[in-house]
Design a protein around this ligand. Structure first.
Ligand SMILES: Cc1cc2nc3c(=O)[nH]c(=O)nc-3n(C[C@H](O)[C@H](O)[C@H](O)COP(=O)(O)OP(=O)(O)OC[C@H]3O[C@@H](n4cnc5c(N)ncnc54)[C@H](O)[C@@H]3O)c2cc1C
Ligand code: FES
Length: 266
């Protein structure tokens, strides 16, 4: 069930100069969130911007075995995220969620490749944790983490804690291999074909991942980002074109944000 609630900021920590992690104490309903789902945030104190903004649920916050709230990992890019940076522990955030669907997680462990470009890593830590909690041994899961530079390679330590194998790539060669994140992915699928690929990142990356998956006939799920005005299917502003089926377009906010790669036009 989706709800709207006020959330008290627990922390809002900078990770380098561009990225932040904000922890919020949220209603217990948010504890039912699954990896891939998102929230629409607005700042209580501010009418600018008027529209809420969508953010993936990065992690549930659990303290002493009790659910406390959720954490969002965000990149500072514009009006809302610049204001969010200033939200201290006394601030209240207006949160609607959990919204959308989640990644498919099989009942029995599968070989999974998780591909993240830049801030696209945001939903992947929650997914990796749930794969582990579901009994998937770490050696079955490989993470491909790419960014423009070292500062864009986020959450490496989270995947390391889960003992997952990690391939790092950067455009400028400051960490990992100097190549696209899809290059080691393409090599890896030739060596060991996974049962599923999960991807989140910029459109060019998603297009390439979808191509690799299609070529090797691997199931591939991707988190799609569009500009969203409402997040609840009311404004019709977040269309994604479907390859086939009765509906030419679906809404990323209610039918997604997770889509089968072979179902959509990327
Ligand atoms: C389902 C979903 C999950 C998301 N999860 C995260 C997340 O976990 N962390 C995170 O940092 N961001 C995430 N985003 C993107 C985030 O919503 C935008 O970065 C945010 O809305 C920008 O708001 P702003 O007011 O700071 O920037 P604006 O001033 O609105 O825009 C600044 C720039 O960012 C671009 N932009 C705005 N919204 C989007 C968008 N949705 N996708 C791509 N570009 C956009 C604009 O075109 C403009 O160039 C997600 C988006 C969606 C749809
Ligand atoms: S964001 Fe309004 S319909 Fe999807």
């Amino acid at each position: 069930m989706m709800i709207q609630s006020k959330a008290q900021v627990l922390w809002n920590k900078a990770i380098g100069s561009l990225y932040y992690k904000i922890g919020m104490a949220c209603d217990a309903e948010f504890s039912k969130a699954v990896p891939g789902q998102f929230v629409m945030l607005s700042l209580d104190s501010s009418l600018e911007p008027l529209l809420r903004r969508p953010f993936s649920i990065h992690k549930p916050i659990v303290q002493n075995g009790h659910y406390v709230g959720i954490e969002v990992l965000y990149k500072v890019v514009g009006t809302f995220t610049r204001k969010l940076v200033a939200a201290g522990p006394e601030a209240q955030i207006d949160v609607i969620g959990p919204l959308g669907n989640g990644f498919h997680i099989a009942d029995t462990p599968q070989r999974s490749y998780l591909v993240a470009g830049g801030i696209g890593v945001a939903p992947m830590v929650f997914l990796a944790q749930r794969l582990k909690d579901g009994g998937s041994p770490p050696e079955l899961n490989t993470v491909f983490l790419g960014g423009q530079s070292t500062q864009d390679l986020l959450c490496r330590e989270d995947f390391e804690k889960l003992n997952m194998r990690i391939h790092l790539t950067t455009d400028d060669g400051t960490s990992g291999d100097q190549c696209l994140v899809t290059d080691p992915l393409a090599l890896a699928v030739q060596t060991k074909c996974p049962d599923i690929i999960y991807a989140c990142g910029p459109p060019a990356m998603l297009k390439c991942v979808a191509g690799i998956a299609e070529h090797h006939q691997i199931r591939c799920q991707m988190s799609i980002e569009t500009i969203m005005a409402c997040g609840i299917g009311a404004c019709l502003g977040c269309n994604v074109e479907m390859r086939q089926g009765p509906q030419k377009y679906q809404h990323v906010c209610v039918d997604g944000p997770i889509f089968e790669a072979d179902a959509i036009v990327i």
